[in-house]
Ligand binder design. Structure first.
Ligand code: IMP
Length: 430
């Protein structure tokens, strides 16, 4: 039995990780987020009520679980405080159960401003980001001018860094983009207010998580976004700016690779993508719209309609490899109920040639045509089924086909939105 389990996305995010993490959390002691920021939207159903978390690990909905926000995150303190308030308003207690890494980076108001201008300037080539300032915050981190959570504890350091950053950025904002400049004192005062409220939660999360692992506690690492949005392994530049893949767990939480036991990849039974960029198996037209409606495929963070398409084994094989997946979690199986013939993409065709590996060059990927295999669908409803043997035969065949093609076992299947709509074929924590 594993002690440390990673749950991450294998597609372009929105695979339904929130619900899975929520379910696995029941048996975990700690839940750790290791990358991204409030670009994520993890939807969890509790007593028929929908809760959407953007920053705080979904584990917070369970009492007595410790939730860590690792160093790999970029945190907008305003958004975090709003999320904390929403939770406390719903009666969820926040005190010693939430810790924020000192090394996580802060999203500053000027990150949102510059992202808005840069995206607008790109016109047709825009990435279609969530406009939460994620990219610019990671840019500053890599440029070594970022402001970290720990800086909130040292007002002089904080002021100095804000000033240095604004000295460089203000002329760009006003002269290049004709946008408004920021005032150092104003930003500083705003962030000092956040500092006061967040101070009790700031900690050395790397030490906490490693001590917990050494004590034999069960730790769940909660990924946001997905493999194809990874800055290194995704469809660059149409990606997010963090590492949602397995390697990101180590750098983003401060945990060595030898300490990770199990890596579960969440695979939606079909594929979706929000924002721009290539998507070979996209279904355009009314059928794509139908899947969107059936699956409620609208962004949890931005409300944008998601592009929908068939399952793509070329992309999934890439995800299996990059992440070293040990198990698969198939979600939203019920959305495919009643579709007469399902399709799965086994290869791409590019200039008459068959390609079976996910291309690195975007200009090639953009021109790839999917090669499909057809699979007979099922007419019965799978919604809410908890027993694998009660699934329609063709649904079981579809799952077996995924398992065989990818060479990784299907450990969990989600058959609906509710907490109980789940089939657990393998337990990961004792
Ligand atoms: P950013 O993360 O806001 O910079 O956006 C970069 C790309 O990642 C855009 O295509 C977004 O739509 C996508 N993205 C970011 N977060 C999520 C997510 O949680 N789910 C799905 N797509 C996301």
């Amino acid at each position: 039995m594993a002690k440390t389990v990673v749950v991450l996305g294998t597609q372009w995010g929105d695979e339904g990780k929130g619900k899975i993490v929520d379910s696995l959390t029941e048996r975990a002691d700690l839940v750790v987020r290791f990358q991204g920021g409030n670009n994520a939207g993890h939807t969890v159903m509790v007593d028929d009520k929908e809760i959407i978390l953007h920053l705080i690990p979904s584990g917070i909905l369970h009492e007595d679980k410790l939730c860590l926000m690792g160093n790999g995150l970029v945190i907008n303190p305003k958004a975090l405080l709003e999320e904390m308030k929403e939770l406390t308003d719903r009666g969820i207690r926040l005190n010693n159960n939430l810790k924020i890494s000192k090394n996580a980076h802060l999203i500053m108001p000027y990150h949102l401003a510059i992202e808005k201008e840069k995206e607008a300037q790109k016109g047709k080539k825009k990435i279609g980001t969530t406009l939460r300032g994620i990219g610019p915050a990671y840019v500053d981190k890599m440029a070594r001018i970022g402001i970290r959570v720990v800086d909130l504890l040292y007002p002089d350091v904080l002021r100095e860094k804000i000033e240095a950053n604004l000295t460089e950025l203000n002329p760009v904002l006003s002269k290049v983009y004709g946008a408004r400049e920021f005032d150092t004192e104003e930003v500083f005062r705003e962030y000092m207010e956040y500092a006061e409220k967040l101070m009790p939660f700031i900690d050395d999360t790397d030490i906490i998580v490693n001590e917990a692992i050494d004590e034999g506690k069960k730790v769940l690492f909660e990924g946001a976004q997905g493999t194809l949005l990874d800055i290194d392994h995704g469809t660059y530049p149409y990606v997010t700016s963090s590492s949602p893949t397995a390697g990101g767990v180590c750098t983003g939480a401060g945990v060595g690779p030898t300490k990770i036991n199990t890596i579960l990849g969440v695979v939606k039974a079909y594929t979706t993508r929000v924002g721009s960029g290539p998507f070979p198996t996209e279904i355009k037209g009314p059928f794509g719209d139908e899947i969107r409606e059936r699956g409620g495929e609208y962004g949890a963070t931005t409300g944008r309609p998601r592009r929908c398409g068939w399952l793509d084994f070329v992309a999934l094989r890439h995800a299996v490899r990059i992440n070293g997946l040990t198990g698969l979690i198939i979600t939203k199986l019920d959305v495919l109920d009643g579709i007469e013939t399902l399709r799965v993409c086994t290869a791409y065709r590019y200039e008459g040639e068959l390609i079976t590996e996910f291309p690195k060059a975007l200009n090639i990927l953009e021109q790839c045509e999917p090669v499909y295999e057809e699979i007979e669908g099922w007419t019965e409803s799978t919604r809410g089924i908890n027993d694998f043997n009660k699934l329609p035969e063709n649904a079981r065949r579809y799952l077996k086909h995924i398992e065989d093609t990818l060479g990784v076992p299907v450990d969990i299947i989600s058959t609906g939105k509710k907490r109980d709509d789940i089939i657990i074929l393998k337990e990961h924590f004792e």
